[in-house]
Design a protein around this ligand. Structure first.
Ligand code: HEM
Length: 374
């Protein structure tokens, strides 16, 4: 059924429904909650080509390296005292995103992060108004959300104003501009000189920034949380990961991003942890745009669609340990290329889902048996 929705009839289900959370994200002016159409397509293109392109991501590697060494340095000073890694992971994820989006010198970053934390707390879980729209008057979440949103809007306004002022005083030569460019600079440049079909407004810039934080920070830190928890539950796998890291970093005083290319086993462990504990277990609600028939059911236009990613990723019909490989660590052995395909699909809200069948790859060793990565 999920395959029918995400692949066969993707276009019919490619839009989002307005839920309470979308109000905090400028009423669908962002990418995550924008209804399907040319505005969403353009924002998504900006995201793929400008904000998250390989070149741009690479340009921020110093920021990631610095934050990572701060974390490692901090942990090493703790000797044998307990460290709250969950807090550390959220901190590193927030600080890195803030430096990439707002720039290293932005003084408003910490204020924004603390408002964002409040917002995420409000938005985790179901809201009465979303489940029973007629009872929305009893849901106080709406008011709390509005207050929080006002605060974030104000902070974002100040950040954007400062960036605009900086642009005015800067030499107009492209080279000087590109040095030390953060994502707000990129968005402002696109707003002024991007030649876009839909001119970017300050509201859409604010909404995209909210997406970067809302979509990228908690998800990443939750993934690390679960990975550490699984490693603690599987000491033999922890040992293998440690051995791999020590081997790859042998004799190096500083960790560089390229060094992580050698962390093959660790990457598998992280992917497996993503499968077992997807940070967004229920995909964001989609809406059916036209009445259609599926699996003998009639799905009326306007129906809300929730897809249970966790159930798909843990269904024993598709996820079996491959003993043939002789790998004792079942946790990593269950990881398959098909999950890689699935992660790619997280980005696809249109018909561009990779052509291969998500769950029944032809390269497997029997019906329903997916191809193994290693
Ligand atoms: C472990 C990390 C992440 C996980 C598990 C994750 C998960 C998801 C999921 C489940 C969706 C919804 C897919 C759908 O309904 O079709 C989504 C969409 C999205 N995510 Fe992520 N995400 C992660 C990291 C990030 C990062 C780092 C960013 C940005 C810097 C980001 C930005 C977005 C955006 C903009 C969308 C909306 C795409 C659209 O609707 O077209 N995510 N993500």
């Amino acid at each position: 059924m999920a395959r029918e929705i995400l692949k066969t009839h993707d276009l019919i289900f490619a839009s989002r429904e307005k839920i309470l959370a979308s109000k905090a994200l400028y009423d669908g002016a962002d990418i995550i909650f924008a209804p399907y159409g040319s505005y969403w397509r353009e924002l998504r293109k900006i995201c793929v080509i400008e904000l998250l392109s390989a070149k741009r991501v690479k340009s921020f590697s110093t920021v990631r390296q610095e934050e990572m060494s701060n974390l490692v340095g901090y942990i090493s000073t703790m000797n044998n005292s307990p460290v709250n890694l969950s807090e550390m992971f959220l901190l590193i994820s927030n600080t890195t995103t803030s430096r990439v989006v707002f720039g290293t010198k932005c003084k408003h970053g910490p204020r924004f992060i603390s408002a964002m934390k409040k917002l995420v707390e409000f938005l985790s879980g179901f809201s009465v108004a979303d489940l029973f729209p007629s009872l929305s008057f009893v849901d106080t979440l709406n008011l709390r959300l509005k207050k929080c949103h006002r605060e974030m809007d104000e902070i974002l306004g100040e950040i954007i104003k400062e960036h605009e002022e900086k642009r005015e005083t800067m030499n107009s030569s492209n080279e000087e501009r590109q040095q030390g460019e953060d994502l707000v600079d990129v968005l402002l440049e696109l707003k002024e000189n991007g030649g876009l079909e839909f001119p970017l407004t300050i509201t859409s810039i604010k909404a995209v920034i909210m997406d970067m934080f809302g979509g990228g920070t908690e998800t990443s830190s939750t993934t690390l949380d679960w990975t550490m928890a699984e490693l603690m539950r599987h000491p033999e796998i922890m040992e293998k990961v440690q051995a791999e890291v020590r081997e790859a970093l042998k004799g190096k005083a500083k960790i560089k991003e390229e060094d992580t290319n050698e962390f093959h086993y660790m990457k598998l462990v992280i992917k497996e942890s993503l499968r077992l504990h997807p940070p967004v277990p229920l995909f964001l609600p989609r809406v059916c745009r036209e009445t259609c028939q599926m699996d003998g059911f009639k799905i009326p236009a306007g129906s809300r669609i929730l897809i249970n990613a966790w159930a798909m990723a843990t269904d024993p019909r598709y996820w079996r340990t491959r003993r043939a490989l002789g790998l004792r660590d079942s946790m990593a052995a269950r990881w398959t290329t098909k999950v890689a395909t699935m992660s790619t699909c997280l980005w696809c809200r249109q018909e561009d889902v990779p052509g291969d069948d998500l769950w029944h790859g032809s390269g497997g060793d029997g019906p329903g048996q997916p191809t193994l990565l290693f």
